[in-house]
Design a protein around this ligand. Sequence first.
Ligand code: BES
Ligand code: MN
Ligand code: MN
Length: 462
Amino acid sequence: MENIKSYIDTHRDRFISELIELLKMPSVSADPAFSQDVLNTADAVKNALERAGCDHVEICETPGYPIVYGEKIIDKTLPTVLVYGHYDVQPPDPIDLWESPPFEPIIKETELHPEGAIFARGACDDKGQMYMHVKALEYMTQTGNLPCNVKFMIEGEEEVGSESLEWFIINSREKLSNDVILISDTGMIAKDVPSITTGLRGLSYVEVEVIGPNRDLHSGLYGGAVANPINVLNKMIATLHDENNHITIPGFYDKVDELSVEERAEMEKAPFSLEDYKKALAINDVYGEKDYTTNERSSIRPTLDVNGIWGGYIGEGAKTIIASKASAKISMRLVPHQDWREITDLFQAYFESLAPAGVKVIVKPHHGGHPYVTPIDSTGYQAASRAYEETFGKTPIPQRSGGSIPIVSLFEKELKSKTILMGFGLNSDAIHSPNEHYGIWNYLKGIETIPYFYKYFTELSR
Ligand code: BES
Ligand code: MN
Ligand code: MN
């Protein structure tokens, strides 16, 4: 494995240009206008896996977007690593806030990335991180350093709830059998503070609609006499948190796994600067649930947030109306052992109960997923930890993340294996935001670190 650094040096430019080609493809799964691009991206991933040394690659059709499956089985008695990633990306909106077009990748230097970062939608989430695994495989197969079997499962619906993947897993248990699942679709604390993600939050995503009169009304003739759906919706939403920023839905916290004083103290040790945090977001203060730190609020505590809200007149000038309806999209991030379906039901019952006479309320559940936590004494975690020690010269810190990859808990349930989350992104990479980017240093460091995971996982599994 001594030659990994020189292999990366030799092929650096090609590794970068291949990723750039992939980033030019607008694989936006949320918007049907891009469906052909999503399908083309699946083909590109298939070709990349073939070139990187998989023996068998196929596009697996599903009721939705296909899953790209690839494998290289060198010896059935050796362990098998299953790599998961996604080739779909978030919509690029709002486009005007991008400094360069989202699907015309460019390399720019930033304060954090003097080596340059690739700016494009999907650069970090997840094409850049997924492609590190493809290039790590290339290195291992080209140099005779693949110590075990490998399978790839790259999906195209992660950003919209992984519905087809759920169907695929349940129907392909045999094909997907593995000893550990490896994912790079999370972040690390800082370039000089490697970390391994040990937890993900679950999610319940709902849309609500408050319906009032049968048409938009003159706000002078009717205002004050009929329920205004926008006023009512806002009041209902405001009721969902109390003065301490606790969520008021009855039963919401019943199953929340409360961390011990010791566990919380352990978390506090992770390096974190509140000043830098505020500065990076240009806010004068943080805000959240009473008695919890910023790190806790964004990882081990459940949340409820409005993601979008609309209704009434938002065009130029003033138009005096009472809108006939108003809507909002609401997400709840969940922690162990909250059950997303149960939480969705609790939300629905409570939200409906908040509606005053004079309006009708519709709650439409979208998608959800269970939270995930993984222990740090598993073979997979130990192998990952050693891999980082090798390439960063430091022991990585276990860190629970606030984000969600809902399918991970299903992997454990259906495939009975642990997932190791080796993320190389940074919070400042602006995933889901305009000007998403991924540091070239991070990209290459990921490619360098991944083969060591295979090496140590195989050694430790003996
Ligand atoms: N890769 C992210 C999740 C993530 C990012 C986890 C950073 C931890 C750190 C993933 O693509 C994502 O965006 N997930 C969605 C959920 C999905 C159902 C739309 C999320 O977390 O909002
Ligand atoms: Mn992702
Ligand atoms: Mn994402």
